[in-house]
Design a binder for this molecule. Structure first.
Ligand SMILES: [Zn+2]
Length: 801
């Protein structure tokens, strides 16, 4: 009885459970299928993508709908048949039959994924993809939209439910229209209408089956199938889709064969967008919801000018082996970008055209030197300070390792005033100056000047940082130069036209005193000061004042020219993203001509005309500086015996006049300070008796400290090696071409004799002992011998790294 009751109870309970289950399932099914759709999801006006404009509202991209007459959306009633067939063949073969989700496709995808051991297929229907795109769009527009929408089972279920509801609410053709309007086709193109205009220059209704199949393949993996970057992959995908269209009966075998034979021609020229790298950067920097329209600081007309300039210089750049060029123009007053060219050819896939060049760190060569001078000017050095351009060895962070910088052309120019040393871009005086202020302070100063890429320690870079052995970005370089143009005030550059400084959202700081900015600018804008190296009348000269500096990196990989007027700062980098070296290209021949044209275009644009009679200095001369005449050799106030003098803007003072020049016989003689005597002797500017004395003194005091103890008092050795000193270590300078990295071999003998030089047992030279032999540095440990005619030998062992 009890058992029977139990059975009856359990039977009725089972029926009750079943009824409940059916009700719940029906209810859940109905909720899933007929439930509400959040109306904000379907606000299709929000689907139109963001338009990025220049400072005057001219669209930089999305220009396609600019005429306002052509629709940018496909309507369900007039979907192009070729595109319909291609999209369903590519994405969802049972689209017309399934209820929104396709269990068969999911099962097949699961099998494929298990076999492959990874996710290779999603099994999503077109409807599910529409659901996903709508949900992602709403997520982007909401708070926290900067972070990607969460993925996983929950998201999949949410998409599937929305897909089922969409199928209830819309016709299949309407869903397909949503899909084609929302899908991403690569290169910032949303929607089939934009994509067909951008890639094929035609209306979506006019696409051939071959073109339609091509487009339909893109949304699956827009970056992999990018026609500009990987045309081969994109075409392989197109072939697969054409075969499926044939299998589905959308194409006859003949039509399919003809489509496969059709040669796809991609339009590149009517740029789907101007300043693509800039637009990408702007969109990537946005947080939260994207407004429908974003105004930037860019000047579309100047940007178009720069694009034209690059096109016209392209053959010359190719002759120098340069495939990439980056150009930026900054508005000095407000710190906004006026032009931004990232690579010289965004769609040049072969040469990494999509890389944003101005933000890619590269070696700047000499282009950083002005900042070492600026720092030294802050600390008492002036344009009239004399700097040593003589063979020099500087200690490095490693004990016993010396750094021996060399000049670009391998020559030394003796005493150089800071003006000429900076304007002529000599390496040795710049390193001497960096040694004076110290590498850690140079590094800190560069960081304050906005260079964000100098992540290593000062001892890692060493003094070579002033010669550009650390990689920096062009946009940061231009912002740092603009600080000099502004009289020493650094402002964080921006693409936003509204002034964010008021809101405290933008960094701003004083980098150097106005006097320092004036001095550096006055030197960089002085064509006579750089003439001894750069000549006159080239691409660095303009009919109005321009402060300009060039740079060339290690082994000619990078070539820079940066310059400014009061209004604008222009920076040009020429090189190859893949680091292929350039050919026969220095700052003046590679980036220089592009810089020249870009500067003229920028000034014409900002000032409405080229200011031909402009004489006002770029940076106003601060109070407290007066024109003073200094000796061109010593930099001291010019005395009556100084043969050559020049004007400098210096603080008033009553310093002692030049002590170098003094009367001798019927002429003028120079009393060379000790550090210049050796150089003066080799340059033939010092008489022989003085020279022999100086050489011995130098050999004893400066280059062989381990043999200290005044050599002057000892009988001279029959032969000794003054250079290189025994036990020295040399670092090969990474910023210079190998052919300029040579070591002078110099022997000291009581009287000039022939000296035979050997290195590692091989004769490398035979010359008089008063003329040094030059030997190109090669890594390794080397034994160097010098032999006089009587067979007496001196030896020295060095290490080159
Ligand atoms: Zn003098």
């Amino acid at each position: 009885m009890l058992r029977r009751n139990l059975v009856v109870f359990s039977q009725s309970r089972r029926a009750w459970l079943a009824a409940t289950l059916v009700t719940v399932c029906l209810g859940a099914g109905a909720w899933v299928r007929f439930g509400p759709i959040d109306p904000s999801l379907l606000d299709l006006d929000a689907a139109t993508s963001t338009i990025v404009t220049d400072r005057n509202g001219v669209p930089l991209y999305e220009a396609l709908s600019g005429d306002g007459t052509r629709s940018t959306r496909l309507e369900a009633a007039d979907l192009p048949p070729a595109l319909v067939a291609a999209a369903t063949a590519a994405e969802d073969r049972r689209f017309w039959r399934h209820p929104g989700v396709d269990p068969l496709a999911i099962a097949r995808a699961a099998v494929h994924n298990v076999l492959a051991g990874r996710i290779i297929e999603g099994g999503s229907t077109i409807t599910q993809q529409v659901a996903k795109m709508l949900l992602e769009r709403r997520h982007r527009a909401g708070p926290g939209g900067a972070a990607p929408r969460r993925r996983g089972v929950g998201a999949k279920v949410e998409e599937a439910i929305l897909a089922l509801r969409l199928e209830h609410r819309f016709t299949k053709r309407e869903i397909l229209a949503h899909y084609l309007n929302l899908a991403a086709f690569g290169n910032q193109l949303a929607g089939a209408v934009h994509a067909s205009r951008a890639y094929f220059g035609c209306d979506a209704a006019l696409l051939t089956p071959a073109q339609a199949a091509f487009l339909a393949g893109l949304p699956q993996r827009p970056s992999v199938f990018n026609p500009y970057r990987r045309p081969g992959k994109a075409v392989a995908r197109q072939r697969v889709i054409l075969r499926r269209m044939e299998a589905a009966g959308a194409l006859t075998p003949e039509e399919a064969a003809r489509a496969a034979d059709e040669r796809l021609v991609f339009t590149r020229d009517p740029a789907p967008f101007l300043a693509p790298h800039f637009v990408e950067m702007v969109l990537a920097s946005l947080e939260g919801p994207r407004p429908p329209r974003i105004r930037t600081t860019l000047d579309a007309a100047l940007q178009a000018d720069i694009a034209g300039i690059i096109r016209s210089h392209r053959p010359a750049l190719e002759r120098h082996g340069a495939a990439n060029v980056a150009v930026v123009v900054l508005d000095n007053a407000r710190g906004g970008w006026l032009a931004w060219e990232g690579s010289g050819g965004y769609f040049d896939a072969e040469h990494g055209g999509a890389i944003n060049g101005p933000r890619t760190p590269r070696q700047p060569g000499s282009a950083l030197k002005p900042f070492t001078y600026a720092l030294a000017f802050e600390e008492g050095v002036t344009p009239a300070s004399v700097l040593p351009d003589v063979p020099s060895h500087f200690p490095t962070a490693e004990p016993g390792v010396l750094y021996s910088p060399r000049n670009y052309d391998g020559r030394y120019r003796g005493p150089l005033l800071a003006r000429r040393a900076l304007a002529g871009s000599e390496n040795v005086p710049a390193v001497a100056l960096a040694a004076r202020v110290g590498a850690p302070r140079v590094l800190r100063f560069l960081t304050r000047a906005g260079f964000s890429t100098l992540a290593q320690t000062a001892s890692y870079y060493g003094l070579g940082i002033t010669l550009g052995n650390a990689e920096v970005r062009l946009d940061e370089m231009v912002a740092a130069y603009a600080a000099l143009a502004r009289g020493g005030r650094w402002i964080e550059p921006t693409w936003m036209p509204t002034d964010l400084r008021a809101a405290g959202k933008r960094e701003e700081r004083r980098l150097v005193a106005p006097r320092t900015a004036f001095w550096v600018t006055d030197i960089l804008a002085d064509p006579r000061a750089r003439e001894f190296i750069f000549g006159r009348g080239g691409s660095l000269e303009f009919p109005f004042p321009v402060a300009v500096k060039t740079g060339t990196s290690q082994a000619y990989h990078d070539n820079w020219t940066i310059g400014y007027t009061r209004d604008v700062t222009v920076g040009v980098w020429v090189g190859n993203f893949d680091r292929r070296p350039l050919r026969d290209s220095s700052g003046v021949t590679g980036a220089g001509p592009v810089f020249h044209s870009a500067m003229l275009a920028a000034v014409r644009r900002v000032r409405s005309a080229i200011p031909l009679s402009e004489t006002e200095p770029i940076v106003a001369r601060p109070d407290g500086l007066e024109a003073r005449h200094v000796c061109a050799l010593s930099g001291m106030p010019a005395g009556r015996w100084c043969p050559s003098r020049q004007r400098e803007w210096l603080a008033a003072g009553d310093d002692e006049p030049c002590t170098w020049h003094h009367p001798a016989g019927d002429g003028v003689a120079v009393a060379w300070p000790a550090e210049y005597r050796q150089w003066a002797r080799e340059a033939g500017l010092l008489d022989e008796r003085q020279a022999a004395h100086a050489t011995l003194a130098t050999a004893g005091r400066r280059e062989a400290p381990q043999r200290a103890g005044s050599r002057d008092e000892l009988p001279p050795a029959p032969i000794a090696i003054a250079s290189p000193p025994d036990g020295a270590t040399y670092l090969i300078d990474p910023t210079l071409r190998r052919e300029f990295q040579s070591l002078p071999l110099r022997a000291v003998t009581p009287a000039p004799v022939r000296v035979e030089w050997t290195i590692d047992g091989k004769v490398v030279g035979n010359a008089s002992s008063d003329a040094p032999v030059s030997w190109p540095l090669a890594p390794g440990v080397h034994r160097i011998t010098a032999r006089d005619p009587r067979g007496r030998v001196a030896a020295s062992t060095i290490t080159v790294r």
